[in-house]
Design a protein around this ligand. Structure first.
Ligand code: SF4
Length: 334
């Protein structure tokens, strides 16, 4: 499958006078054309930093990419200047954030905001054509076009997020990055918005990076999954590998709980005892060692490499050189 996005060895730090936070450490992620990749993990794992890096939206004074490439259809976005990346942002790659008000201007009508998104990447459209496109986009997300003269505060939370999605889709992006797009919504509305995203994706063939805490979201709409922990991708594979496969990173196992059946896994991430390591002072060996019930001597000393098979990868000493492990809880010889 041809790739739309290929992230290779990406590392990102946040640097202040006082400390350096290692937010993302040498990650690789690939999204095939028309595919949806779910990026899962706890808060603070580096998921949003990864998304912001793709579009060069890291905070200017503190955020810095220290290694890697982010290739979008073969072109390295990280080498683009501000003018070039602006052409890509909101045009070929659009982003939807958790809080719709991050993207909406409270003093502009929703119609004008969608128009702005359309005009930014389609100069020369007539007024009539723009109006037609606004109506089309609103209809697409289930909002009556007659509401385009209203302001964001006149819409409910779920409707606001629909407007944001209409704006994101206004330029028919090839890649949509959705960062927890339904987390701030009521549960019933979450399901509706999610179904809508899924339908639109299927209809438009948009590729997607879906950042989420919610395993139900992953099971429902993703093709592939990457599990992120303390700035690293510790496991990645197809939805089938992650939900139904036998081999898992101990962190994934903890997140998903231990009951091996798909329906019981389609809920929120489990909480795992302990805390993520301090990103200003990461462990020398495996980053999950302080919380891992399978921790061995080697784990404390040596950072594990990633092992792969065709669709699945894992970064853990239990899998050194193979993807079938001999798991013995509490035994720690190696
Ligand atoms: Fe646990 Fe060791 Fe694997 Fe890290 S490398 S997840 S500590 S078994």
């Amino acid at each position: 499958n041809e790739l739309i996005l290929d992230i290779d060895d990406l590392s990102v730090i946040y640097k202040t006078d006082l400390e350096t936070v290692k937010a993302v450490n040498g990650i690789n992620l690939k999204i095939g054309k028309g595919k949806t990749l779910g990026l899962v993990g706890e808060t603070g794992a580096g998921k949003t930093t990864t998304a912001l890096s793709i579009l060069k939206l890291l905070p200017e004074n503190t955020g810095k990419v220290t290694s890697g490439n982010v290739k979008f259809e073969g072109t390295n976005l990280l080498e683009m200047n501000e003018h070039e990346i602006r052409e890509i942002r909101g045009g070929q790659i659009a982003m939807v954030f958790q809080d719709p008000m991050t993207s909406l201007n409270p003093v502009m009508t929703v119609g004008d905001q969608i128009a702005e998104a359309i005009i930014m990447h389609n100069e020369g459209l007539s007024k009539g054509e723009i109006e037609k496109r606004i109506d089309e986009k609103l209809t697409m997300v289930g909002i009556l076009p007659s509401r385009k003269t209203e302001y964001p505060h006149q819409f409910s939370g779920g409707m606001k997020q629909r407007v944001v999605i209409a704006m994101a889709l206004a330029c028919e992006p090839k890649l949509l990055i959705a960062d927890e797009p339904t987390t701030a919504l009521d549960v019933t509305i979450q399901a509706q918005v999610l179904m809508m995203i899924k339908e639109l994706r299927n209809r438009l063939g948009t590729s997607m990076l879906m950042i989420t805490h919610d395993l139900g979201v992953v099971a429902k709409i993703c093709d592939d999954v990457a599990v992120m922990y303390a700035g690293e991708i510790v496991e990645a594979g197809t939805v089938h590998d992650i939900f139904l496969g036998e081999d898992h990173h101990p962190y994934t196992e903890g997140l998903f709980g231990s009951i091996p059946n798909l329906s019981s896994r389609t809920k929120r991430l489990n909480s795992i005892p302990g805390l993520m390591p301090d990103p200003t002072n990461l462990p020398e060996g495996c980053i999950f060692a302080p919380r891992c019930k399978y921790c061995m001597d080697i784990c404390i000393r040596v950072h594990p490499n990633t092992v792969f098979d065709e669709t699945h990868s894992l970064k853990c000493h239990l899998f050194d050189g193979k993807l079938r492990r001999d798991k013995q809880e509490g035994k720690s010889e190696k």
